[in-house]
Design a protein around this ligand. Sequence first.
Ligand code: NAP
Length: 539
Amino acid sequence: MAVPASNGSRSAVDTDVDLLVIGAGVTGIHQLKRALDAGLTARLLEAGQGVGGVWHWNRYPGARLDSESYTYGYLFSKELFEGWEWRERFAGQPENERYFNYAVDKLGLRGHIRFGARVNSALFDQTSATWLVRTDDDTEVRARFVVAATGVLSVPVFPDVPGREDFTGVAHHTGLWPDTPVDFAGKRVAAVGTGSSGVQVIPSIVADVASLTVYQRSPNWCTPLNNEPITAEQQAELRADFEQLRENLNASASGFLHQPRDRTAFEDSRDERWEFHDRMWHSPGFAKVISHYADMLTDKAANDDWCAFMAGKVRGIVKDPATAERLIPTDHGWAGKRPPFVTGYFEAYNDPKVSLVDLRENPLVRVTETGIETSDGLREFDVIVWASGFDFGTGALNRMGVRGRGGLALEDYWADGPRTFLGLMSHGFPNFFFPGGPHGAAGNNPRYAEDQVNFVADAIEYLRDHGHRVIEVPADTEASWNAMVAELAAYSPFGEHSYFFGSNIAGKPRSFLLNPGGRPKLREFMGEVLQSKYSRFLS
Ligand code: NAP
């Protein structure tokens, strides 16, 4: 069923589909499902050869969730939930990729997806109020609505160091990992970068390599993930409590089950605090952020206290004192950057095969045919793992050739940082949505993205049912969301050296790329639009 033109008849333009989704990650798959359920004609273009988004591309050894698996999967269908058993509390990449394949097949979506189709331009035609989308392989799709579910972590970046292409050994970025196994056995391996990806790869390959040299520019506050298998008893409980689980997750500001704590740090004595810190150290994943002392992210003394505890743990695990000190952050406190969660990371440095190069002491000079040169000399390698991060938030959208009303280039409109409403639409780009994009992220990705997917789907259905064909956020409404982002960003624990401000990319404007108001603000702003029945959004 095609979306009608405003006079109630079909558009004169030959619209191939009502809705085109770009990207078969967690958000795009859900958006496609909602579109087909609504009776829209819909197609999905995916650059890769499989579904799963980050779980398709980031197939490096050790890649693993740090949201609880059963809080990360889809919750819109009880049948889908009951047809899948998560094996681990924090599923690894293979299990996640299998899950998304399961979901796509169970929901009958595969036939609507075209793989190997990388979008390189999306042009809005004002007369027909449609988008013309082109791919690298010259596919053209005309669509009334476009949903660019291209993700926030989908454009890998490399250090700006000369000679990277000259290296004649094997080199892979964690975000572009091949689907054929990379052989580490007996190899001299370099790993560059110690963010969430690097600290997962390092302990996962250490048993195989001949040597592993870690290039670290800045250490992170890494704490144990505390993964474990999900027992048969827990599986049964999850199934029995599905509705409650969904309700709890829907009520959570960040989309996690971890409960906030109301006690502040210095209400406890030093011994009580240390005992509680130890409980936190042994708690799963993000519990260490959400369930920590209530003032952990607002009182520097409370944060310093926990950091002192963590530093003590690192010194206790890593046997070489100089290496231990290099692994302890001094430039930010807990959650000043996105904290990685690890399994066996610090322990890896006790293996004599592993050495650490501190790039602050010895900066990168160049990559050569045979290895990596830093200011203290050349080290030769067979394999380089680039765990050097992503162009977060705006990376994919700014590279896709998006042209809105009057040919407005999205990357120009966002020249000083993204300007969005709800982190999913921008003024000047009618009928164009980007759920799961910049200004959207607010915790456990699928949970806030689900709010956004539902908003987009409901809006499109409203347009169809009421004979409208164009939806666009008014400039002043967009400005009110951006003002909220700017105001609350000041209270975010993340410092300006975090890539959440774009600071990892030279020349990228410094602007906050998350939604600092979380799901409560998202829902508040969405509620106002729904209450007004999209008035001022429609034409
Ligand atoms: P990242 O956190 O941005 O880490 C990149 C690393 O590369 C940092 O250590 C960075 O050092 C280093 N680096 C960047 N440019 C460099 C340069 N020019 N010279 C030297 N070092 C350089 O990227 P990531 O580890 O891929 O993680 C990105 C995000 O993906 C995570 O924060 C998380 O949201 C997600 N992720 C999640 C999981 C999970 O557990 N679920 C796993 C992996 C990734 P500096 O810190 O000094 O910039």
